[in-house]
Design a protein around this ligand. Structure first.
Ligand code: TYD
Length: 204
């Protein structure tokens, strides 16, 4: 893209998504380092955030889950604040923003709790900017469960398997869109990193 087409200055918005166990946070850090070595100003962040709504969501994971409605509402509030305070200002300052999870996780996880993913997307895109590139890190659910140390044989883990399967389907349903790349995480972290850098190289 030429400078004039990119005016006013706007950074690059990269989002990494995928079910638990796909190595998102490791790859987000590696990608940030790679871009910094190339002289780019990089802001990394994650959702849920460490802000008040994000903290409530993380606490609820330990103390008992919120109702589906409250949980969805808290994710939306957390994200609204994240966009206003972190994402939009960094993009306006011309930075590369790398997020570990964003509203596609809400489509997937709250979708798995019974909400319509398309409706969740619509509500988010009213206030949350669409990324320039969405990297979906993909892995079969059984392999993902193994990586996070769950064998899937207790009732709880069986439920988790079922829910991650639905999440994976929602992530994969995005595959045809122009800004989305699905990256298999069957390979080594180095191989996954190389595939990510190749995809990001295409939008730099
Ligand atoms: P994550 O940061 O990946 O977990 P941790 O750091 O504890 O390993 O995400 C926390 C959980 O929040 C994860 O199971 C996915 C879930 N989540 C949603 O349900 N909806 C959302 O919108 C987001 C961003 C995350």
């Amino acid at each position: 893209m030429s400078d004039s087409a990119n005016f006013p200055p706007r950074g690059l918005f990269l989002v990494i998504e995928g079910i638990d166990g796909t190595g998102k946070s490791t790859q987000a850090q590696r990608l940030a380092e790679w871009l910094r070595e190339r002289g780019r100003g990089v802001v990394t962040s994650r959702e849920p955030t460490d802000g008040p709504w994000g903290r409530k969501l993380r606490e609820s994971a330990a103390t008992g889950r919120l109702s589906p409605e409250d949980e969805l509402e808290y994710f939306l509030r957390d994200r609204r604040q994240h966009v206003e305070e972190v994402i939009a200002p960094a993009l306006a300052a011309g930075k590369v923003v790398i997020l570990d999870r964003y509203y596609f996780s809400t489509m997937a996880y709250q979708g798995a709790r019974g909400f319509d993913p398309a409706e969740i997307r619509r509500r988010n895109e009213e206030f949350a900017p669409v990324p320039d590139l969405l990297l979906v890190l993909d892995l079969e659910v059984d392999a993902a469960l193994e990586r996070i140390g769950a064998r899937g044989d207790t009732a709880n883990e069986f439920e988790k398997r079922d829910s991650l399967q639905k999440c994976r389907e929602v992530f994969l349903s995005l595959a045809g869109e122009a800004f989305v790349r699905v990256i298999s995480t069957n390979g080594t972290p180095d191989e996954v990193g190389a595939a990510i850098r190749e995809a990001v190289g295409g939008v730099l």
